[in-house]
Design a protein. Structure first.
Length: 81
């Protein structure tokens, strides 16, 4: 098993490609904003929940842990399909 941590920033195809080389993978990815706040995510160079989950899929991750979720959200965040 390998663990990959995205750090604090936007999704990266280069990062996903490097992750795919690792085999069994736990991906830790920041998801600062809800999908409704994608413009804020782009402006501040952060990811939305769906973008982080899409990165996990692109990286062929076996597990994804979302981190750095903004305190502005109270409760469960909706995810776009």
């Amino acid at each position: 098993w390998a663990v990959a941590y995205s750090g604090d920033g936007r999704p990266s195809e280069h990062f996903a490609r490097k992750c795919r080389e690792e085999g069994k993978l736990v991906l830790i990815h920041e998801a600062t904003f809800s999908d409704e706040d994608k413009a804020k995510a782009l402006a501040t160079k952060h990811a939305t929940v769906s973008e982080a989950l899409r990165m996990a899929a692109d990286a062929n991750a076996d597990c994804c842990i979302l981190t750095h979720i903004s305190q502005r959200y109270d409760g469960v965040l909706d995810v776009d399909d």
